[in-house]
Design a protein. Sequence first.
Length: 134
Amino acid sequence: MRDDSNDTYIQGMKTRRAVLGEAHVDRAEASKTDFDAPFQQLIVEAAWGHVWSGAGLTPRERSLITLALLAGLGQDEEFSMHVRAASNTGASREDIREALMHVAIYAGVPAANHAIKLAKAVFVEPQPPRADNE
């Protein structure tokens, strides 16, 4: 069972919501089951509470590294999710394009070409209205 007093978990949820957005995290939390709850706790604490919440890189830099890795590994759903989230980290479309140029050289042109196709599809998606406090 999750310990909501765990500082790493609390920080992880704060960072996760800041990067992915309230609506995305609310949907993920609503669909969580007993089966995947331990996995959800792991990613909130490890990915969001440690890696994404660290002081060594900016959220923009973390976003671009994440996008390049996901593109190079062919993780389409996660890549598209992080393209959607990139504006929350300060990463621009131009930044994403530059990261994908690195992917082309270091992970292969087919991987970058596919990721560019996915990013373009995300860029034409309707954007949800932003709340006044975002």
